[in-house]
Design a protein around this ligand. Structure first.
Ligand code: S3P
Length: 448
């Protein structure tokens, strides 16, 4: 798979006890949405704590291409001067969303109900991912899509000149699909209704309400019914982006498997639709506590304290929890390798269509490091070898997937022998300070 440039091989050696405070960057999902909704409001939205990873920077560029002004003040502070709902201009260049499924899918939704045409592309990973899940509902609004075989990017969307609101039952548990439909519904007259059978991350709903849209959420027998009234005048906001629980997962899990560790990861967003990993780790017997719980910017937040946990037990992860930890299964499977007994992860078919096929990518890398893995289409299991039992010594492919690369770097911290990742360059998509942050705690990383 061709990448973003020169591959960066990285090796993770057995770490010193991890100590200190890990200030992870802003939440990726909330960062994308801040820029996009800021572009749909009229006036200046001020954002602090924006994640300045490649994925989000690509979304910032895209918002400029559609006519919003985006200003970087430095230090994570940004402003977006929005053009209002229905105010998007037609971009004069192809929109390159890099590695980001969230970016491209949310932006496609946002422009699909305006009378403009835009062409989207991405890197080799993104161009291999399914887009029909987005273009199917967008067609109901009246938008047209022409892409490559199998509904892949590069793809052109012709926005609907006279969009009609839709009622859509999301067929897969996907916050990206839900959000794309809601964002399209913003510029459709009348009420757009989205129904999800399983709750997925609800940042779009929360933020739409914060920007002043009329949006209701009801739990019914059919599922979560979200109703949005189209054509609101969105009010610009001040947004403080909480730190990303999906990034916090890496120092937390590293501390659990590295002898002698005690790490504080402050200010982590603990929205219940995102926090599943931490409850799963507690169920496994991890020494992980939530300190100083509070609310910041409409999201629940706490400081996480993680200590070395040699007595973790493998468990069956409840499938109902999958959506709330979908991005965390790769690093969970690393922790599971250091637990006692088997960890079973079922109901996770969506992992096969992420930045990589994450079940396949992790299974290959875990096996290369001496761990036994079994897998089926929508499940996989890992045989734990105990805290001192993971041989390591393998080389893993990251498949252009930041979370695969970071998971194996974590594995090397507790394994008997160093673990090498063939290409760590994708890490900058979501966690640009991963290397200095982890080595600051006691990790030993080398670049080949
Ligand atoms: C995201 C939703 C999830 C997640 C992705 C971010 C979002 O994808 O995997 O990293 O910000 O909406 P799906 O909605 O496709 O499950």
């Amino acid at each position: 798979m061709s990448g973003h440039g020169t591959p960066i091989p990285m090796t993770s050696h057995r770490a010193e006890p991890l100590k200190g405070v890990a200030e992870v960057p802003g939440d990726k999902s909330i960062s994308h949405r801040s820029l996009i909704l800021g572009a749909m409001a009229i006036g200046e939205t001020r954002i602090s704590g924006l994640l300045e990873g490649d994925d989000v920077l690509d979304t910032a560029k895209a918002m400029q291409a559609f006519g919003a002004e985006v200003v970087n003040h430095g230090g994570g502070k940004w402003s977006v001067f929005g053009v209002g709902v229905g105010g998007f201009a037609e971009p004069d260049q192809v929109i390159d969303c890099g590695n980001s499924g969230t970016g491209v899918r949310l932006i496609m939704g946002t422009m699909a109900t305006s009378p403009i045409t835009a062409t989207f592309t991405g890197d080799a990973s993104l161009n291999g991912r399914p887009m029909a899940r987005i273009t199917d509902p967008l067609a109901l609004f009246g938008a047209k899509a022409v892409g490559r075989k199998g509904g892949r990017l590069p793809m052109t969307i012709v926005g609907a000149a006279e969009p009609t609101p839709v009622r859509y039952v999301v067929p897969v548990p996907s916050a990206q699909v839900k959000s794309a439909v809601l964002l399209a519904g913003l510029n459709a007259p009348g009420k757009t209704v989205v129904i999800e059978k399983e709750a997925t991350r609800d940042h779009s709903e929360r933020m739409l309400a914060g920007f002043g849209a009329e949006i209701t959420v009801e739990d019914t027998e059919e599922g979560r019914v979200i109703t949005l009234t189209g054509r609101p005048e969105l009010q610009p906001q001040e947004i403080a982006v909480p730190r990303d629980p999906s990034s916090a997962a890496f120092p937390v899990c590293a501390a659990l498997i590295t002898p002698g560790s005690d790490v504080l990861v402050p200010g982590i967003g603990l929205n219940p639709t995102r926090a599943g990993l931490f409850y799963t780790l507690q169920d496994m017997g991890a020494d992980l506590t939530f300190e100083n719980p509070r609310e910041e910017g409409g999201e629940p937040v706490a400081d996480l304290r993680a200590k070395y946990s040699p007595d973790m037990q493998g468990i069956e992860v409840p499938p109902a929890r999958a959506a709330s930890m979908i991005d965390e299964y790769p690093v969970l499977s690393v922790v599971a390798s250091f637990a006692h007994g088997k960890t079973m992860m079922a109901g996770v078919k969506e992992l096969r269509v992420k930045e990589s096929d994450r079940i396949d990518a992790m299974a290959r890398g875990l096996r290369a490091n001496g761990v036994t893995v079994a897998e089926g289409e929508d499940w996989w299991s890992v045989e734990g070898l105990g805290p001192d039992g993971v041989p390591g010594g393998g080389t893993c492919e990251s498949f252009l997937d930041h979370r695969i690369a970071m998971s194996f770097m974590v594995m090397g911290m507790g394994a008997q022998n160093p673990v090498t990742v063939d290409d760590g360059s994708p890490i900058t998509t979501s966690f640009p300070i991963f290397e200095p942050l982890m080595t600051g705690l006691g990790a030993k990383f080398t670049r080949a």
